[in-house]
Design a protein. Structure first.
Length: 188
């Protein structure tokens, strides 16, 4: 996270030069503006985001998922830590990020659901591999819980894409998992 306006301007120039997504650039500007208003700008903002996510903030979960490797190394103070410890602490962060997204998604957090739909297609921190069943279950859950969303069509496309890659048994497992998510959501 840039700490000065000059650092932010340099970062934004580089992001534009690399054709970075507008949403990411905009998010960085918003995070910077929020940090300017914080009395503890040099404090552990990852800890603040985790605390906000624990309290149910969907926005905090989204910001946790935006943290890049360089930013994470700085924030978790991993620069001078032995490689094994770096890997362990990064893995713990990833596990925390998924756990918080899961928790907030079950509360109806739209962004958290989207992060998990995408995330599980690439990594399930419990297994270290992909988990299309969990991804599809969160996509089904999204369609059941979220109404009037700008990304509804994208989620429906993801559902069709995942179903095309999965066996009937895996789709059944995803449906069962979705029922569990819905029961937990209603119990909250």
């Amino acid at each position: 996270m840039p700490k000065t306006q000059s650092e932010l301007d340099t970062w934004a120039e580089q992001a534009h030069a690399n054709d970075e997504y507008y949403e990411i650039i905009d998010s960085m500007h918003r995070k910077f503006k929020v940090c300017l208003g914080s009395a503890d700008r040099d404090g552990p903002y990852v800890d603040m985001l985790i605390e906000a996510a624990e309290k149910g903030s969907d926005k905090a979960v989204s910001l946790l998922w935006l943290l890049g490797d360089v930013e994470l190394v700085d924030e978790l103070k991993l620069k001078d830590v032995p490689r094994d410890e770096q890997v362990s602490r990064r893995q713990a962060f990833i596990t925390t990020k998924y756990r918080l997204a899961h928790k907030v998604a079950l509360q109806g957090g739209e962004n958290s659901m989207l992060k998990l739909i995408s995330g599980f297609q690439h990594l399930d921190p419990q297994t270290g591999g992909q988990d299309y069943v969990k991804s599809l279950a969160f996509a089904y859950f999204f369609v059941e819980v979220v109404s009037n969303s700008d990304v509804f069509g994208r989620v429906e496309w993801t559902i069709r894409d995942l179903e095309g890659k999965m066996s009937a048994e895996e789709i059944t497992q995803a449906n069962e998992l979705t029922r569990d998510f819905l029961a937990q959501h209603r119990a909250l």
